[in-house]
Design a protein around this ligand. Structure first.
Ligand code: ADP
Length: 540
């Protein structure tokens, strides 16, 4: 057989040649920008020569600081197709983390949206390697400083000739893109995706038991393009020929729902926080075209998925992964063995993280003995992962390899059980488990039970040190607007639903669960907030 490299130029040329007529829509401030894949491809070709003209090294890091839009997709291709490395910066990182990441990756150029320039510009003097800041004017009225390092995106493209012929990347193992973990512990660490890993991972979103992307789909990635390449959806769409809708800067639930309805979107994806926000107004929109709502990044609570099923007729498609796994590792598509189950039992299956997708291997390992554990739904251990789009190390060896086993598997830091079909049920992150009297309490399970209460909007469970039991759980609860609730009512609700010793020692009502830069519950912030918390009845 021919030894053809698996490289992103193939994805680009396929889209350009076969799907030029397909549409890409971007929502901008108060308007909409429409383009076709043909026009987009022409701009990718101009951008390619622009990168040469600006003197970006042959394998230089090309950073983006952007919302989801068509211009971001131009960079998704122009950087890797010219042998450079796309580095998507998370726009919600703290300033110190951002400048740390830019310097660590040695970014040479940053493409930034005008609306985001005020966040980035104050840090630029700490960014030692960046030679150019290219501003994509998204209609925001943010000031553009008068500085020779600043260039205008449209002008740059207009002044550049289109690249002629086919893009060539010979080594499929060369770097195509990179992303830093959001750094919930320690400094953020870089994960480098190769051309090969990106192409193989994109194919997964086209499989029938996956998202099943097809040419007929209209796909709106809500998950940010700076978060693990928007779960691979943009490359998947280009490979399949799907039309795309990008939400731009307005990420309010109403704006998102309006776009889904207006463009008859068939497939979308985002973290649970997005869907929780959208839930109260779902019925106000015609979402009849929607067939798949991909949900991951945190556990998709059963109550949330069921609410979607009741209101839209489609439950969520739950997926699990992490930056280090590109990120798709499992998907919870129902299988034939689930057909005989009741609707409620099927909902339990959907709340699981699912089965490993093709080419990904998983194992459960006892963290203390290192022994592999059986898939009997009883034993819980750390999930370890291996496969062609699973990281084997961090960029520049950060972290000293502690997260990789001697035989080359990734330690995910997630604790899970799996049934005999390999349907994973994530119990917790190693660091979020509550260790009570030598037994583990799953904060995720407790949260899911609490969040099924009709008056509760959000809930997060954290461990509080306890003299006798080592740790005990407390529940931090956000009540829905206009509702009232007492601690006793929450505990009464939980009593028939969880083991007695799982009952939280206290219920604290809070305004909002703090979120991380990618919209997940930030347990770390909550733990800091409740540091020194005295449990009711605790001595001292
Ligand atoms: P960070 O580790 O910095 O939060 P990631 O976005 O890579 O950044 O997060 C990956 C982690 O998110 C996983 O290890 C897991 O703990 C959690 N996660 C992702 N998807 C799910 C899911 N479907 N259910 C539960 N947890 C999930």
């Amino acid at each position: 057989m021919q030894d053809r490299p698996l490289v992103l130029p193939h994805v680009f040329h396929r889209a350009e040649q076969l799907f030029g007529h397909k549409e890409i829509v971007t929502a901008t401030a108060g308007a909409e920008q429409r383009t076709t894949i043909a026009e987009w491809a022409g701009r990718v070709r101009r951008l390619a020569t622009a990168l040469d003209r600006l003197g970006i090294s042959a394998d230089g890091r090309v950073a983006t600081f952007s919302w989801n839009h068509a211009a971001h997709l131009e960079l998704y291709m122009a950087a890797p197709c010219t042998g450079r490395v796309l580095h998507t910066l998370n726009i919600r990182l703290f300033p110190e983390q951002l400048s740390y990441i830019v310097n660590h990756a040695e970014d040479e150029i940053i493409f930034v949206d005008r609306s985001l320039l005020p966040l980035l510009w104050p840090l630029t003097d700490k960014m030692d390697t960046v030679k150019h800041f290219v501003v994509n004017d998204d209609g925001a009225d943010a000031d553009i400083p008068d500085d020779p390092r600043i260039l205008d995106y449209e002008r740059l493209l207009a002044e550049s000739e289109p690249y002629q012929g086919r893009f060539v990347v010979e080594d499929e193992n060369s770097a195509a893109a990179m992303c830093y973990t959001s750094g919930t512990t320690g400094n953020p660490k870089g994960v480098v995706y190769s051309h090969r890993s990106s192409v193989l991972h994109s194919l997964i979103s086209l499989t029938a038991d996956g998202v099943a992307l097809s040419e007929r789909d209209v796909v709106m990635p809500i998950v940010p393009m700076f978060h693990a390449n928007a779960w691979g959806l943009p490359y998947g769409c280009l490979l399949a020929g799907s039309s795309m809708v990008f939400p731009g800067p307005n990420m309010t639930p109403r704006a998102i729902l309006e776009l889904l309805a207006k463009h008859r979107v068939t497939v979308t994806g985002g973290v649970p926080t997005i869907w929780m926000g959208a839930l109260p107004m779902l019925e106000q929109f015609d979402l009849s075209a929607l067939r798949t709502v991909l949900c991951g990044g945190s556990a998709a609570p059963k109550s949330l998925s069921e609410a979607f099923r009741e209101k839209l007729g489609i439950p969520m498609l739950h997926a699990w992964g992490m930056t280090e796994t590109s990120p798709i590792a499992t998907m919870s598509t129902p299988r034939s063995q689930h057909d005989p189950l009741s609707e409620d039992e099927r909902a339990d299956v959907r709340a699981r993280q699912g089965q490993a997708v093709p080419l990904v291997e998983l194992r459960l390992v006892d963290p203390e003995t290192g022994d592999e554990l059986p898939w009997d739904d009883q034993h819980t251990g750390e999930i370890q992962a291996a496969g062609p789009w699973i990281a084997k190390e961090y960029y520049r060896g950060e972290g000293g390899g502690a997260q990789f086993t001697e035989d080359g598997w990734l330690r995910t830091g997630d604790v899970a059980a799996a049934d005999r079909y390999g349907f994973v049920r994530l119990v917790d992150r190693t660091k979020d488990l509550v260790k009570s009297g030598g037994e583990w309490i799953s904060s995720v399970d407790l949260e899911n039970e609490i969040m099924s209460h009709p008056k509760i909007a959000e809930a997060a469970v954290i461990a509080i040190p306890h003299e006798r039991w080592v740790e005990r759980p407390i529940a931090c609860v956000v009540v829905k607007p206009g509702e009232t609730l007492t601690s006793a009512e929450v505990l009464d609700y939980l009593r028939p639903r969880v083991a007695k010793w799982w009952l939280p020692d206290a219920v604290e009502f809070i305004e909002e669960v703090p979120k991380t830069s990618v919209g997940k519950f930030s347990k770390k912030t909550l733990r800091d907030k409740f540091a020194g918390y005295k449990l009711p009845g605790a001595e001292g």
